[in-house]
Write a protein that binds this ligand. Structure first.
Ligand code: GDP
Length: 254
């Protein structure tokens, strides 16, 4: 109740974004793409290697202790867990918590099956509007992370799927290591970041809260942009748009 009269607009928008994230509630769990709901809400997928800090990050963003806990309970680890976000009676976005990959103890057949489900989800799910990729800041991109990025890359390049990469557990790095982690991630992401792609990377710590407000605002802005884009066809000028598809940027431009 002690907010100063001169609350900045940045603070206000962070607060609105956090409130939006806080509204996240469990919706449904699916072990196959066919079990996902046919809603027309945009989806934001949370993906990352097992132990990258994904559950902790999702809980931190939602400011809830156990929201993403279901993903870790036996039997639910290899499911896509969907959360509804936005007004109670009319969610505007779904968060899709995808199973962590690369966990050594998972039997090979199950691992392959899951990689396929994830690849399918990322490459084909029409509702997918954004992806939050969790990379342990001390490990950087592993071959599996790069593989996963490739599944979704065409849709990232076209701007259809936005991407933010969180370099997690950043509290474990000193300033110099943090800068190195950022630079290394930017090198991996560079080839994916040409216009019209929306690609960013940020240091993140659920422990220190570094990056939490920014990421909440990014996701909130994605949801708003999606809503606005959907509303636009009512505007005749916007509906006409012959210039909707800019020429694909030539490979190797970076
Ligand atoms: P997931 O398998 O990707 O869901 O990873 P978890 O969220 O379960 O986190 C894996 C481990 O990393 C746990 O021991 C967490 O306590 C730890 N962890 C997660 N986020 C942070 C963080 O921001 N800072 C630190 N120091 N540890 C973290």
């Amino acid at each position: 109740m002690s907010a100063p009269a001169s609350t900045s607009s940045a603070e206000t928008s962070a607060r609105a974004a956090l409130a939006w994230c806080h509204s996240a509630r469990f919706l449904v769990t699916a072990s196959q793409l066919g079990q996902l709901p046919a809603s027309d809400c945009p989806e934001i997928a949370f993906v990352g290697r097992s132990n990258a800090g994904k559950s902790t990050a999702v809980n931190r963003l939602a400011q809830q202790r156990r929201l993403a806990f279901a993903s870790r309970t036996p039997g639910r680890t290899q499911h896509i867990n969907l959360f509804a976000v936005g007004p109670k009676d009319a969610p505007d976005t779904l968060w899709a918590d995808l199973p962590g990959y690369g966990y050594a103890a998972v039997e090979r057949g199950a691992k392959l099956r899951w990689q396929e489900v994830m690849a399918d989800y990322l490459a084909t799910r029409a509702q997918l509007a954004g992806m939050v990729l969790m990379i342990d800041s001390r490990l950087g991109f592993t071959p599996l992370d790069r593989q996963l990025l490739e599944f979704v890359a065409p849709r990232v390049h076209s701007g259809e799927v936005r991407l933010v990469t969180l370099l997690t557990k950043a509290d474990k790095l000193n300033r110099r290591e943090a800068q190195q982690a950022l630079t290394a991630a930017q090198e991996v992401l560079g080839p994916h970041a040409a216009e019209p792609a929306d690609v960013s990377v940020t240091l993140f710590s659920a422990l220190s809260r570094q990056g939490v407000d920014d990421v909440a605002q990014t996701l909130h802005a994605w949801a708003e942009a999606h809503r606005n884009a959907k509303a636009q066809p009512a505007d005749p000028a916007a509906a006409a748009g012959p210039d909707e598809a800019p020429a694909a940027s030539p490979e190797g431009a970076a």
